[in-house]
Design a protein around this ligand. Sequence first.
Ligand SMILES: [Zn+2]
Length: 149
Amino acid sequence: MQQALIEAKKAYLIGEVPIGAVVVKDNQIIGRGHNLREWLEDSTVHAEVVAIQEACRTLNSWRLIDCDLYVTIEPCLMCSGAIVNSRIHKVYFGAEDPKAGAVTSLYQTLSDQRLNHQVEVEHGLLGNEASHLMKSFFKAARKKRKLKK
Ligand SMILES: [Zn+2]
């Protein structure tokens, strides 16, 4: 999760919403990513998706069997879908996202028995650091907007 936080800080430094993720297999990081939505003007490049894409390239497979994903903030609906589709074994996330979270907050996508794959979940790991980073990002963004007016 420390590595996911490092990714989140990279996003922060380039003015992106600071969320970071890594995919781990056998104690090795095989994919990492941070949010790049503004940079690429692409609504789908969330941290989790970037990390999953890299992990798939590393393993040369769309199935991320026995892989775990660490992400600083609770995954959204799109990312939860990507996690289920890539057959990730377990997700660790830092802080909950009451407005868009699709793991515990708004939906429980990863444990939905109607889907053909369920993912184990653990949360709270470095959650304070992750949410602190988000809060200071949005605080700075609000300040910037005020200065523009
Ligand atoms: Zn997402």
